[in-house]
Design a protein around this ligand. Structure first.
Ligand SMILES: *Cc1c(COP(=O)(O)O)cnc(C)c1O
Length: 363
């Protein structure tokens, strides 16, 4: 058959999702596998969100509100912005895709750090633009100086993932503000804050404040992480009304399901769920950091719900055989590393015990 696919699409390396628990159990003929691989909230969704989703189900003969009116209004209050400064997507992933569709084409360049979120190169290539990946610095933190130096007349979009996935590291407000001040005005700045609600350092940049100071700044957040609604697909972008209006142009009208809108709305009213999720994560991070370090495994400081660990070559596959799914980092050029999502205490203990056992085994 004639090769019909656009070359820049055919050349995209597919996104590698975490292995589903059921698939691993079937492959190994085991049960009780655990997944600490996709940065999901192990606490579960807010019970209020589940109830709202269940109630919304009886109305799914109707199309959802195409403008997410109620959710946008509630979210605007929550964030201290105007509803017109918000675009709700089927996950932050959809908003990333809209940025690519709206601002990138052949001949354009988009800059992002590497390793960082695997969707950036996909979004850029899908638009036929050129991806400019700038290596993280020696501490695996965004090298904002090098990213600024990579800006060219062709640059249309700069992605900053803060805190960064898959390293868990974050840049501080001073470095971030300095970087933004130096960025040309005619470049879209997309600040991906998927883990914002987990971050604890006090000098985290206030990217949202730049939305009003610098048109063309887009902050992305999601209900998939701390709100525990990854399976329902709700995320959003915060930007100036003009940019939001442009992103809306190619958005599918009914992109966020009726059930998802209802659940997200209810999740915003469940502060105790978010608080508990944050606390359980902080305790899990501290535990994992301590125990892995004691095993001689280097971990990086994390502002997220996951931990980058240099567990050694073969660790990922060995854990998998023991029914513990973590994310391999070989695809990011870090063959010795794994990304471990913080789980519930018993899951974290199982991971530590398994790693300890694997280390004690003669090879
Ligand atoms: C998880 C994640 C997202 C996307 O989440 P959605 O489920 O699409 O809302 C975006 N960026 C980063 C860095 C992430 O880790």
């Amino acid at each position: 058959m004639r090769r019909l696919a656009k070359a820049h699409v055919a050349q995209i390396r597919p996104y590698q999702p975490g292995k589903p628990v059921e698939e691993l159990e079937r492959e190994l003929g085991i049960s009780g596998a655990i997944k600490l691989a996709s940065n999901e909230n192990p606490v579960g969704p807010s019970p209020k969100a589940v109830l709202a989703a269940r109630e919304a189900l009886t109305g799914v003969n109707r199309y959802p509100d195409a403008g997410c009116f109620v959710l946008r209004r509630r979210l605007a209050t929550h964030l201290g912005v105007d509803p017109g400064e918000l675009l709700i997507g089927a996950g932050a992933d959809e908003v990333l895709g809209l940025i690519g569709q709206t601002y990138l084409g052949p001949g354009d360049e988009a800059i992002f750090a590497w390793p960082s979120f695997a969707m950036y190169p996909i979004v850029v290539q899908a638009a036929g633009a050129t991806a400019v990946a700038v290596p993280l610095d020696g501490d695996l933190v965004h090298d904002l100086g090098a990213m600024a130096a990579a800006v060219s007349p062709r640059t249309r979009v700069v992605f900053v993932c803060n805190p960064n996935n898959p390293t868990g590291t974050a840049v501080g407000a001073d470095a971030f503000d300095h970087f933004v001040e130096g960025l040309p005005a005619d470049v879209i700045l997309a600040v991906d804050e998927a883990y914002y609600e987990y971050a604890r350092r006090s000098d985290l940049p206030r990217a949202i404040d730049w939305v009003r100071r610098r048109p063309g700044t887009i902050v992305l957040r999601t209900f998939s992480k701390i709100y525990g609604l990854a399976g329902l697909r709700v995320g959003y972008g915060i930007s100036d009304p003009e940019t939001i209006g442009l992103l809306h142009r190619t958005r599918h009208p009914f992109n966020v399901s009726l059930v998802a809108q209802a659940a997200a709305l209810a999740a915003l009213d469940d502060a105790p769920h978010v608080e508990a999720s944050r606390r359980i994560n902080a305790e899990g991070l501290a535990y994992l950091g301590r125990e892995l370090s004691a095993l001689g495994i280097r971990v990086w400081p994390s502002e997220t719900n996951f931990l980058l660990a240099d567990a050694g070559a073969g660790a990922h596959d060995a854990l998998l055989r023991e029914g513990v799914i973590v994310r391999p980092m070989a695809g990011f050029g870090l063959p010795q590393h794994v990304r471990i999502t913080v789980g519930l205490p018993e899951e974290n203990e199982r991971l530590v015990k398994t790693l300890r056992r694997l280390r004690e085994q003669p090879r």
